[in-house]
Design a binder for this molecule. Structure first.
Ligand code: E4P
Length: 224
């Protein structure tokens, strides 16, 4: 499973990249706003900076909600860097835009996926990725992970090449479940990736190994 980081924070992106397990980045207008990135040129510059840090795909979301506007924005976004993936919302004009952009060889991440039907439409239109938002489904007392299972089954039934990019991940258990259910990618906050490192028995075990090592070195010194 590929790991993407779901942020526009450059320091966090660098930290994940340095860990050596990062395959890409997803952003959205809320994440850009959270970093205080305002104005079209600043947003474009910020995407460029992200592309210079990582070696994988970087999703950049359009703001337009009509077909022509989405295509215009997509044309601008793909000029920023060859690894920009255009993020298009799951709406009627979005599906039409995905179809067109796919025909032009542009990679699209179809965002705001909450049902298997939406994922099916996006895949048929030619999206490279679909982004089911599992955390937001969990938030409203439905099982987000069940959606991953449904989409996996459908895509495998028809051999769709569209990748399932599990989004809206809230904690490390979501990441592990995504891997169990066969998501192709999980886009995660840095905190959830780092939380995968943690187990108290790892810390206790390491402390004991080091204590035993140092005790044996001391004992050897006393003997000699
Ligand atoms: C990713 O592409 C989405 O924009 C993101 O994962 C949404 O996450 P949230 O539900 O935590 O805002």
């Amino acid at each position: 499973m590929k790991f993407f980081i779901d942020t526009a924070n450059l320091a966090q992106i660098k930290e994940a990249q340095e860990l050596g397990v990062l395959d890409g980045v997803t952003t959205n207008p809320s994440l850009m706003a959270k970093e205080g990135i305002v104005g079209k040129q600043n947003i474009m510059d910020h995407y460029r900076k992200i592309c210079e840090i990582v070696t994988g795909d970087v999703s950049a979301e359009v703001i337009s909600t009509n077909y022509d506007g989405m295509l215009k924005e997509a044309a601008e976004l793909v000029k920023i860097h060859p690894r920009i993936v255009v993020k298009i919302p799951m709406i009627k004009d979005g599906v039409k835009a995905i179809k067109y952009l796919h025909g032009e060889g542009v990679k699209v991440n179809c965002t705001l996926i909450f049902t298997a039907g939406q994922a099916l439409l996006a895949a048929k239109a030619g999206a490279a990725y679909v982004s089911p938002f599992i955390g937001r489904l969990d938030d409203i007392a439905t099982d987000g992970m069940e959606l991953i299972a449904q989409i996996r089954l459908i895509f495998d039934n028809y051999n769709y090449k569209c990748e399932i990019l599990a989004a809206s991940i809230r904690h490390p258990v979501h990441i592990v479940k995504c891997a169990e259910y066969g998501a192709d990618v999980a886009t995660c906050p840095l905190s959830s990736i780092m939380a995968l490192l943690k187990h108290p028995l790892t810390d206790i075990g390491l402390e004991k190994f080091l204590a035993d090592y140092h005790a044996s070195q001391k004992a050897e010194k006393v003997k000699s």
